[in-house]
Design a protein around this ligand. Structure first.
Ligand code: FNR
Length: 377
């Protein structure tokens, strides 16, 4: 059992959320081997203790895509965040801004792009999926650009949705009447779980904005299942590269050859990720995939890494393995579900504190000094 702020928030979220929502956040694909290995492989990486290095002045600050970050952590795109806390995307974005790190809005958010960007004191990043309906993609990109968003995260590891048996067991399936009843229950004005706007059904904000009518959540999984596009290839991304003027980051790279292709394509960054173990069970953990990718492309492209990060120590480990920056998904989502904006802000504070201690005890003063030398080989 790994003890961390994340495990505490996870437990609080488990008590607070209806089970099907907790399972949706917490679960992964198939037997969840990759999900577990993401966490255990990372936690088993040994940091190298160093002493007497004068570490009185330490800084967590870093820069990525011309943006100053208070620490090398960003909040990952997480679908349906507005279901875990009232207008949850706005709360998470505010917490991120207050701690000097970017929040990434998912395509399938409850709150639409404009609402989150307007209510966030700092610029947010926007994540886009590859969807069959290219009209939706163009509309989302135009709206993001019009709202003043400059950084695009383009997720490519979901040509098809992964098989998540935990969701099937707990009823998180858009086609089934049980799921519809649960959605009605949690959005009913009389329900004590305080999500969304009381009495107003939840909605997928960006999809409703495109279709010009409320979509509701009942068809969420069905919509996703029929709209992901397995025919996608690098060639299809060219119009996005031309259209999008700001930094474009490809999310879901786990292989050295794909990382090289991303460099050739002209991406500004990649995110080494297996979608938090939610897509193909049995693929490598991010911690195991990252070193070879960093050996191949570090310096040619910015490398972010996610999947399995549960503490500030894990952030330091990912940096030591070759990442320039990290993303966290479940860790902040549990904190949001448990305690809203304040929970996410507190989690980020605890991550920062853990990073500072880890840096002192590995004898480094800046993010740039965290290298493979910080690990025991
Ligand atoms: C995700 N993730 C995700 N990724 C993405 O690009 N778009 C999305 O809409 C979602 N939705 C989503 C929902 C939930 C509930 C989770 C937990 C995750 C993946 C996410 O961005 C990130 O890659 C992982 O969460 C990282 O792993 P950890 O930090 O959760 O272990």
């Amino acid at each position: 059992m790994i003890i961390s702020a994340t495990t505490d928030y996870r437990e609080a979220a488990r008590r607070r959320l209806p089970q099907f929502l907790f399972d949706y956040i917490d679960g992964g694909a198939y037997a969840e081997h990759t999900l577990r290995h993401n966490v255990s492989d990372l936690a088993s990486i040994a940091l190298r203790q160093r002493v007497l290095k004068n570490v009185a002045d330490r800084s967590l600050e870093t820069e990525i895509f011309g943006q100053k970050l208070a620490m090398p952590v960003t909040l990952a795109p997480v679908g349906l965040t507005g279901m875990y806390a009232r207008r949850g995307e706005v709360q998470a974005a505010r917490a991120a801004a207050s701690r000097g790190v970017p929040f990434t809005l998912s395509t399938v958010s409850v709150c639409p792009i404009e609402e989150v960007q307007k209510k966030s004191p700092a610029p947010i990043w926007f994540q886009l999926y590859v969807l069959k309906d290219r009209g939706f993609m163009r509309n989302a990109l135009e709206r993001a650009q019009a709202a003043g968003i400059t950084t695009l995260v383009f997720t490519v590891d979901m040509p098809v949705p992964g098989a998540r048996y935990r969701d099937a067991h707990s009823g998180m399936s858009g086609k089934n009447a049980h799921f519809r009843r649960m959605i009605q229950a949690v959005t009913h004005p009389g329900w004590s779980w305080d999500v969304g706007l009381r009495g107003r059904p939840h909605d997928l904000g960006n999809i409703s904005a495109y279709l010009g009518k409320p979509t509701g959540l009942g068809d969420y999984i069905g919509w996703l299942g029929s709209n992901f596009d397995p025919s996608i290839s690098w060639k299809d991304l060219e119009w996005i590269r031309e259209f999008w003027k700001g930094p474009m980051i490809i999310k879901g790279i786990l292989d050295v050859e794909d990382a090289r292709d991303a460099v050739r394509f002209g991406a500004d960054g990649i995110i080494v990720s297996n979608h938090g173990g939610r897509q193909l069970d049995g693929v490598l953990s991010s911690a195991r995939a990252l070193p070879a990718i960093a050996d191949a492309v570090k310096g040619d492209i910015k490398i972010l890494a996610d999947s399995g990060i549960r503490s500030g120590l894990d952030v330091v480990r990912m940096l030591a393995l070759g990442a320039d920056c990290t993303m966290i998904g479940r860790a902040y989502t549990y904190a949001l579900a448990a305690a809203g904006e304040a929970g996410v802000a507190n989690l980020l504070d605890l991550f920062a504190k853990e990073m500072r201690v880890a840096m002192a005890l590995t004898g480094v003063r800046s993010i740039a000094e965290i290298t493979r030398d910080s690990l025991v080989h």
